[in-house]
Design a protein around this ligand. Sequence first.
Ligand code: UDP
Ligand code: MG
Length: 314
Amino acid sequence: MKNTMKNCYLSLIVPVYNEDRNIEIFLQRALKIIKKYDYEIIFINDGSTDRSEEIIKSHCQKNERIKLISFTRNFGHQMALFAGYQFAQGQAIVSIDADLQDPPELIEAMIDRWQAGAKIIYAKRQERQGETFFKLVTAKLFYWLINFLSETSIPEDVGDFRLVDRGVVEYLKNLSEKPEFLRGLVSWPGFKIDFVYFKRDKRHFGKTGYTLGKMINLALNGIIAFSTKPLRLSTLLGFFVSLFAIFIVVFKSVQHFVFGQGVWLPGWASLFFSIVFLGGVQLIMIGLLGEYIARIYKEVQRRPNYIIKEMVNC
Ligand code: UDP
Ligand code: MG
């Protein structure tokens, strides 16, 4: 393994999962913008099963500033980004998708904002093309929920397309927790932030690697890693439900024994409802506890975040 370029100015980190038809055009567009800087591009191949790896390697041979880290299997977008941060040498590090939904042309504006003193520059989506109504609504709901639950404020309409300063990367590398929700981890320390704005295009070729399952996983990881309020809320809910039950019993008893009023016969529907409803609430709360415990378990296991199969030009 040779370390070709040390301490360059700009690192581009690009997670890749089955993007063979996008890489060529991505490189054309990105290089046009970044070639004027002292740059490196690190592709992280997250277990692609198409020709992505082969194509990246052929570019690595032609240009030693193009580098490849290849995982043994699919470890997920967040882990691919994290590996990128761990190996990046630049003073400014830009994470960008390979499917051209994040326009490389925006990097110049990001560098301007960085030179003006911001440590994290987010690319904020003003318009999102080619995204389903479902994705737009669930994204909105997710950001509302996480900002309601968490003390770390996470900017809305911001994905993982951002420039971060070297200092932010050093902080990320020193974290001992699993980097499962980088957007939150990047926001947490309170570095000076700024925004650039763009219109998010459709993906160039192929289909999204973010299945519904992966999206739900990311959302849950984000909420659980950045808030323990759901646990508090479940305690409060239990408290109020019990209080309500006591109130009903007292109310009914007084009504019957003191005033001799009211119907004392238990209704089937209300009994059925309260049993099933409370059963459901209890299951949800146990599941919620389980989510936190599962995270503790994963942290305790201390498995590596990813396994590297091969590195080129790194
Ligand atoms: N990606 C990855 N691992 C995965 C899924 C996606 O490295 O398991 C990469 C993918 O190649 C792309 C970026 O992460 O460069 C964003 O993924 P995608 O475009 O599929 O997500 P979307 O834009 O639909 O949210
Ligand atoms: Mg995409």
